[in-house]
Design a protein around this ligand. Structure first.
Ligand code: HEC
Ligand code: HEC
Ligand code: HEC
Length: 451
């Protein structure tokens, strides 16, 4: 029965994918390569100045041919792409693979990217690596799953892929075997993946927009390419890949149950009223006057974005600020029970939350984020405030905010109804506006994985 249901579900998903694919195809634009030299010219000079000798000294001699500047650029791109996060098991050797990635179809494991000849990329050529990053195909021709964000990495020009490969070859080889993915039927069928790719995946490097300046293009490239921001900030399709026509309009990360808010200018939801300086501060330090980040975004900031050069973060913010708004969600209409829920929530807030977030909800940023006007709370999906009230959390420890303040977990203290009341309250106090949260929604997030 369950298998039949799964097949029916998959068929339905496929039908939707086919229809979606036809729509996408109709408007698909041709892609052309950005001149590699243009990208190389924007490369991280500061990084090249700091790192290269140390890296070259460690690296195998074969790599010396690539030159320290290339290796340094590859290292920088690996930071921008957060490659290490998915390709390193907790407590394991860097890039030796084994990190579990939960998807709606089962568990996948990041693979060993070290130069080990048997278990890693030791036997790979630069052409093999390019095929993986640009075409989503492994060395043996196997199609790769989009849990590996190659639908974004395909935007990287060959020179950047080669630089990444040169950097990976300087790593310490680790003889750690790859773990087999644990995918459920029918998602473990290669035919399904081939079909999805035929409909939704287009290989193509970033296309330089001649009517925009270099900073905007650099930002667009980092966001769409190595930064793969749309892997989380966009709704996903049946195969778990980002739906590109909904670019950066926000999305719920499946299984993990975090909502990545819109990064476009959507009123009341996106970054429309953030300044570029506030965006840069959040990406650099994890905290800002507008809110702080927790969960998967805290990891992205800690492992990836805080290491980017200031001018690259500025470019990212400039690009994000240029994204057009989507229509705002309609204002919520509160029923009769709302007054009772808000009153219960206000009592809890007064007793448990006020000391840090303030009676006026303004907090004390950057230590304690404001809740008034905080977009992360008032999205249509209440996932983030429910999660953080249940589990507490920390903004990431970053060079710009080395000792983050913590938020205590209320899971042991509050019933589902109490969490629902206090979250409904903070979503509607101080001029905030959002739908009430129900106890069943809270219950659902009690069992969501913690990371
Ligand atoms: C969100 C998690 C994630 C991130 C970020 C990520 N990867 Fe991966 N990667 C995966 C997963 C999962 C696979 C396995 C896919 C499969 O087997 O179908 C994979 C596979 C690969 C492969 C193919 C390995 C093989 O044996 O076929 C390469 C090469 C690779 N990744 C390189 C990179 C590089 C370079 C970066 C950074 C620019 C990166 N990955 C970032 C999750 C990730
Ligand atoms: C692994 C998933 C993931 C990736 C990749 C990711 N984000 Fe996020 N992002 C999130 C989540 C989840 C939140 C909400 C976190 C919170 O409120 O604590 C978030 C929040 C944000 C916010 C704050 C928005 C607000 O309204 O509060 C910004 C800005 C942001 N991300 C930018 C980016 C950029 C730029 C990139 C790419 C360079 C990126 N993110 C990549 C998951 C992700
Ligand atoms: C001891 C101080 C403290 C108390 C008490 C506290 N918080 Fe927090 N809260 C924080 C800190 C610090 C953060 C930032 C954590 C992070 O970024 O992960 C935070 C983050 C949050 C966020 C996410 C904001 C964002 O920008 O993503 C929400 C929602 C929140 N708190 C609600 C509450 C509610 C509701 C209560 C009472 C039930 C409460 N807090 C009690 C310190 C506190």
């Amino acid at each position: 029965m369950r298998r039949a249901a799964a097949i029916a579900g998959a068929l339905l998903a496929l039908m939707l994918a086919v229809i979606g694919g036809l729509l996408v195809r109709g408007i698909a634009e041709p892609v052309e390569a950005v001149p590699a030299a243009a990208v190389a010219a924007n490369g991280p000079t500061a990084v090249a100045a700091n790192g290269p000798t140390a890296v070259a000294a460690n690296g195998p001699t074969a790599v010396a041919a690539d030159g320290p500047a290339v290796v340094a650029r590859g290292r920088y791109l690996a930071l921008a792409g957060n490659c290490r996060a998915c390709h390193t098991e907790r407590g394991g050797l860097a890039y030796a693979g084994g990190r579990a990635i939960e998807t709606p179809f089962g568990r996948m494991y990041g693979s060993n990217l070290t130069p080990d000849p048997t278990h890693g990329l030791g036997a790979w050529s630069a052409d093999d690596f390019w095929r993986a990053l640009h075409h989503g195909k492994s060395r043996d021709g196997r199609l790769l799953y989009p849990a590996f964000p190659y639908p974004s990495f395909t935007r990287m020009p060959r020179a950047d892929a080669d630089a990444l490969f040169a950097y990976l070859r300087t790593l310490e080889p680790a003889a750690t075997p790859n773990r087999a993915h644990e995918l459920r039927f029918p998602y473990n069928q290669p035919g399904l993946l081939a079909l999805w790719r035929g409909l939704h995946f287009r290989a193509g490097t970033y296309r330089w927009q001649a009517d925009r300046d270099a900073e905007w293009n650099r930002g667009a490239y980092l966001v769409q390419g190595p930064g793969h921001c749309n892997a989380c900030h966009t709704r996903r399709d049946a195969m778990g890949a980002p739906v590109l026509e909904a670019d950066l309009a926000g999305g719920l990360i499946p299984v993990q149950g975090w909502y990545a808010p819109p990064l476009n200018g959507t009123p009341g939801a996106g970054l429309g009223d953030w300044s570029t300086a506030e965006i840069v501060q959040l990406l650099k330090t994890g905290v800002s006057a507008r809110g702080s980040v927790a969960g998967p975004m805290a990891e992205v900031v800690a492992q990836s974005l805080q290491h980017l050069e200031a001018r690259d973060l500025q470019a990212v913010a400039t690009y994000l600020k240029s994204l057009p708004p989507a229509p705002a969600a309609p204002a919520p209409v509160h029923g009769e029970e709302a007054a009772r829920v808000f009153a219960a929530g206000a009592v809890l807030y007064e007793r448990h939350c006020k000391e840090c977030h303030g009676a006026d909800g303004r907090g004390m940023p950057p230590a304690y984020p404001p809740l008034a006007g905080n977009r992360s709370l008032t999205q249509t999906s209440p996932a983030n405030p429910i999660r953080i009230v249940l589990n507490g959390g920390f903004a990431p420890g970053t060079a710009g905010n080395p000792r983050p303040y913590g938020m205590p977990p209320y899971r042991p203290l509050f019933s589902d109804a109490e969490v629902a009341a206090v979250v409904s309250y903070i979503r509607n106090a101080w001029g905030n506006q959002a739908a009430l949260v129900g106890t069943t929604e809270v219950d659902r997030f009690r069992s969501a994985p913690l990371e």
